[in-house]
Design a protein around this ligand. Structure first.
Ligand code: LRH
Ligand code: MN
Ligand code: MN
Length: 424
């Protein structure tokens, strides 16, 4: 656990500068009729879930280059998540991946409690084989042609729900790699029906206060067709399953340049938007750090969310889903949490009344300028002030480096080799 005195000492170095920058921004926003303290409160209320698998160095299909002090198990991962939240105050929950994160629920809860962390959606895994399983997922899981394989995949998802119940999670995210690599390899209609039947069996095992998220993805590992390839299929699935079924949008799971914010808007309209996997991408499911490639797109997604925030029953699970190959995962996850928070806060600055006026007057130039004005606002002082007030670090990266945490855990944790790990 990070020593509080390190945060205090590092904050003391930066508090005066922050005050100056904050007051300047407060004045600028005040001229626009925006109360900065209300925006700081919004920032303090923000939280995104960290994926347990993101705390280890990821890998590509070519290689994995582990870093120093890699987490060896879920308890190490929770320690790392604790650091991320302690410094940023923006990542209060963790999303687990089964079977990797299987452990005694009481121990998991106890460890999470040490840091004030809770558990967000559970993630099942039927896209690779585990040593103890009898049926292989080489040709699919929930949509497999073989009934026993489908049953095994359903059973695994039900087990994820059981584990989740014991640790206070209230959602299950299902992403499958099922599909085909060649035209003709599968019957697309029958394959989808088998998938739906399996999902219905899982849905039956869902507690009343739980939700199930279907996560679409255009391709990979199936390179010709994927069973849940886009939001249309995901929406069909959620609608057929029932009211506890929602769609999860992973930003990287679309073709390049797809208008994701519009998908978000449509899913909100349908009452079926359940949550997000945040990341950034240039070409495909790159799982790059949020906001590092196209921060404006992230802002435009948040613009839709802020616009719709008073929609009845809109209850979103915000999660990160990234793979860190060349950075310290703790640093990437801290920066990403803050970038997602930044997009939320920038979107909160949009002058919605003016925007609605420009839209009804068909003033395209001023409408788009209104969005960009919010996007261009440097909200750093707001984010830093929110962290400071919540007991976090004004500068999480510098404070983390000053703490020596990575070197400390590297001395305790076993050295990782290049194989294995949570590579997704
Ligand atoms: C595969 C993937 C997907 C899931 C995760 C568990 O693409 O990254 O996004 O959410 O594995
Ligand atoms: Mn995902
Ligand atoms: Mn993915």
């Amino acid at each position: 656990m990070l020593d509080k005195s390190i945060i205090e000492a590092e904050n003391a170095k930066r508090a005066a500068d922050l005050e100056t920058d904050f007051n300047q921004l407060a004045e600028r926003l005040d001229r626009k009729g925006i109360d900065i303290n209300a925006i700081v409160k919004r920032a303090q209320g923000f939280g995104v879930a960290v994926p347990s698998w993101g705390t280890g160095t990821g890998g590509t299909r070519f290689a994995r280059f582990p870093g120093e002090g890699e987490p060896a198990n879920i308890f190490d991962k929770l320690d790392d998540c604790g650091v991320i939240h302690t410094l940023t105050r923006a990542a209060p929950s963790v999303s687990l991946h089964i079977p990797w994160d299987k452990a005694d629920p009481a121990d998991l809860k106890a460890k999470a409690d040490e840091y004030g962390l809770s558990f967000d959606a559970m993630n099942s895994n039927t896209f690779q084989d585990q040593p103890d399983q009898t049926q292989s997922y080489k040709y699919g899981s929930l949509s497999h042609t073989n009934e026993e394989t489908r049953a095994q995949a359903v059973e695994h998802n039900l087990e994820c729900i059981e584990i989740g119940k014991a640790i206070g999670s209230r959602a299950l995210t299902v992403w499958i790699g099922d599909g085909a690599n060649f035209p003709g390899q599968t019957h697309m209609g029958r394959q989808f029906e088998r998938y739906l039947d399996s999902m219905k069996a899982i849905y039956k095992g869902l507690p009343d206060d739980w939700r199930i998220f279907s996560e679409h993805k255009i391709y990979e590992p199936a390179f010709y067709s994927t069973v849940v390839q886009d939001w249309g299929t995901s929406l069909l699935t959620a609608q057929e399953l029932g009211e506890k079924a929602m769609c999860l949008v992973d930003l990287g799971h679309h073709a390049p340049n797809v208008n994701i914010e519009m998908i978000v808007s449509r899913l909100i309209h349908a009452g079926k938007l359940g949550g997000f996997h945040f990341n950034d991408s240039k070409y495909g499911d790159d799982d790059l750090d949020s906001g590092t490639i196209d921060p404006y797109r992230l802002f435009l997604v948040w613009n839709e969310l802020v616009d719709a925030e008073n929609t009845p029953d809109l209850d979103l699970a915000h999660m990160i889903d990234q793979s860190h190959n060349v950075t310290d995962p703790i640093e990437s996850l801290m920066v990403s949490s803050i970038e997602i928070q930044r997009a939320f806060i920038q979107a909160s600055l949009v002058d919605r009344k003016a925007l609605a006026g420009y839209q009804s007057d068909n003033d395209a130039l001023m409408a788009s300028a209104t969005l960009r004005a919010a996007f261009r606002t440097d909200v750093d002082p707001i984010l830093a002030k929110a962290r400071e007030l919540s007991g976090g670090a004004i500068d999480p990266i510098e404070t983390y480096r000053a703490s020596g945490y990575r070197a400390e855990v590297a001395a305790k944790r076993p050295k990782a080799d290049g194989s294995g790990g949570g590579i997704v």
